[in-house]
Design a protein around this ligand. Sequence first.
Ligand code: FAD
Length: 399
Amino acid sequence: MTAYTKSAHDSHEQTAAHIRRIVDERIRPNAERIDEEGRFPKENLQALADEGWNSILIPKEYDGLGLDYTAFSLAAEEIGKGCPSTSLIYVMHVGAAQTVAYYGTEDQKQRWLKPVRKGAIATHSMSEKATGGHTWFNLSQAKRDGLDYVLDLEKSFTTSGGHADFYVLQTQTPGAQKPSDLSYFIVDGKDPGISAGPWEAHGVRGNQSGPLKLDNVKVPREDLLLGENKAVEIALNGVDPLYLLGIGSAWIGVAQEALAIAINRVKRTIHSDFNKSLADYQVIRQQLANAKISLSALKPWQLSLAEKYNRYEAEGRLLGELWYEGTEFKIHATEIANQVVSIAMDVTGGYGYKKGVVERLYRDVRAGLVLAPSNHLARELVGKDLVGLPPELFTAGGE
Ligand SMILES: Cc1cc2nc3c(=O)[nH]c(=O)nc-3n(C[C@H](O)[C@H](O)[C@H](O)COP(=O)(O)OP(=O)(O)OC[C@H]3O[C@@H](n4cnc5c(N)ncnc54)[C@H](O)[C@@H]3O)c2cc1C
């Protein structure tokens, strides 16, 4: 299929409408089954790849769409409406691919980014059991193999584990002085030494975010990204800002979907004894209104944050300057999304509680609170910054 090309006349809303059509026709219809079977939604990713949406930020010279951060945030939101599992995979994919676009050599971009247009999936692997959500620290370490490297380690969670065509994987290199001396490697997903553990989870059951084991996986020096001990700098300035905007936006989509379903249900559900619909009860309307107000308040923030990313990039400034605002947005968007989906569950009564779409979204939406940086941890960092305390997480760890 041909790639979407944004014409000079297309507004962001028109761009969103293009992706909404794919979500309506090819992604949402699979969501129930993907959850039930806990199956990786390969066909959803391919539906996005068919029109180039998986290459949304990748520059045109590497066959990407070359769109901006506003388009990315709207795409994440639309996909979030149709299938939260797919939206999480999508955000991790765009973030990992973009890490190569920002920091890769010409050779890395040619080898790893061009296949993305055809459907190659990227992801980002950092979490380790030993350091939990402190993803700026890893204790695992690559070994040297001449000028190349060998990875013999285990990651605790990796979205798209076992399905990704390449991993942007974070670990130490020999000689690291402290746990935050980390490096990124681009690891070929086809390497036979890679095995993904099972993903049996409360929600987002399609996204395969289980453990990932690397057993003597050789990585040529050409696939070290930027240089040794550069991962935290790359994460703060490039990768994190993308995830923060992407996850927050996707979760706005999840909440919008739940609210739309709830409104539809309360209008259709009639109590025959008094011949009243659920929408006739003030308590129900009040809750729906609260959900709507909370979501409406988030939307301008989403768009202005994305526009700031566009502006900062155009001015040659680091996206890391927006790290705290992105983090605040992620915290607020995922928490509002949880509140809205709880309202959807409440106003739809026993039918919402039964196995089905509201119950599924209620499980899926929880993931947003946990995803790195987990909201408690993220709030700590925002709070420390407010009172002038060092964040420790990027700077300490053995110093
Ligand atoms: C669906 C899903 C997908 C994921 N995908 C990926 C992926 O693609 N790649 C990847 O690398 N990882 C991934 N992860 C891992 C994710 O980043 C971690 O689960 C997350 O960072 C929390 O780490 P943890 O589970 O070890 O919990 P812990 O860090 O042990 O946290 C437990 C609790 O303590 C709180 N907490 C932790 N540290 C602090 C602190 N310093 N101050 C205050 N409170 C704190 C947390 O908020 C949480 O409530 C995924 C996880 C999930 C659930």
